[in-house]
Design a protein around this ligand. Structure first.
Ligand SMILES: [Zn+2]
Ligand SMILES: [Zn+2]
Length: 256
């Protein structure tokens, strides 16, 4: 069974300071779906609220679920410089750094309020730009894993060329750097209604023997472990027998 969720946002979509009240529901709901290893990975841009001491108190008070602390770092043109500074300063206290591409230039393309901008793009050109951004992010270093690698499809815009054309080099780079790719159920809650990544990419990841994490990208505690029965079936279909978990950036592969 799946037992780990390595992408969660206790702050939701805002800079909410970590307190006992903010963190405790995550233990309650993790227990409810029998998770054993859960990483909190709030957005870098909300780092002022990520109170590590408050997290460590919480972590030490929970005996039956291992909680890890991470951050989701991205290419935000306004905040990423400060986010990286915070992450680098606290790197040794963190377990896991997740990398994401949420912007094309200054366009937050995954935000529903800005989705009409897709109409201004040639979608193949956009996919090219998106995966080029991902390579840049990987080459900046510090990452342990990549989040939602084909997020650019979020509103259902599909490229014409085969997806391999765009992801092959990115996966090669991920493999070279020893990073993980997350298998995320979040896409089932989005207009595209498809897990991240799509099955062709899952197949490539398996063939290339790239380690995976499992993730819900929950922005509210009740979504932790969302869709995991369905994800488990998908992973078994492609022959996955292990998932990665992290302790202070050290990867361990455990059987599922
Ligand atoms: Zn994200
Ligand atoms: Zn996220």
């Amino acid at each position: 069974m799946l037992f780990s969720d390595y992408h969660n946002h206790p702050q939701g979509h805002r800079d909410l300071p970590y307190t006992k009240e903010v963190l405790e529901p995550w233990a309650k709901y993790a227990r409810k779906v029998q998770l054993k290893d859960v990483a909190l990975t709030d957005h870098g841009r909300y780092h002022p609220g990520i109170n590590l001491d408050e997290f460590f108190k919480f972590r030490d008070s929970v005996k039956d679920v291992k909680f890890k602390i991470g951050v989701e770092i991205d290419n935000d043109p306004e905040t990423s410089k400060a986010d990286y500074q915070w992450m680098e300063k606290n790197y040794n206290k963190l377990d896991f750094v997740l990398g994401s591409v949420h912007f094309i230039d200054d366009w937050p393309y995954d935000h529903p309020a800005h989705k009409e901008k897709f109409n201004e793009w040639d979608i193949d050109e956009l996919y090219g730009r998106y995966f080029a951004e991902m390579k840049n992010l990987i080459n900046k270093g510090f990452l342990d894993g990549l989040a939602h690698v084909d997020l650019i499809k979020i509103f259902g815009h599909r490229q014409k060329k085969e997806i391999e054309y765009y992801v092959k080099d990115v996966l090669k780079l991920i493999k070279e750097k020893g990073l993980t790719v997350e298998m995320s159920t979040a896409g089932w809650r989005k207009p595209v209604n498809e897990q991240y990544p799509q099955e062709k990419i899952i197949e490539m990841i398996k063939q290339m023997d790239i380690p995976i994490t499992t993730a819900s990208d929950a922005h509210t505690a009740k979504d932790v472990g969302y869709g995991y029965d369905r994800l488990y079936e998908m992973l078994k279909k492609y022959g996955f027998n292990q998932v990665a978990v992290f302790d202070n950036h050290k990867m361990t592969l455990l059987p599922i």
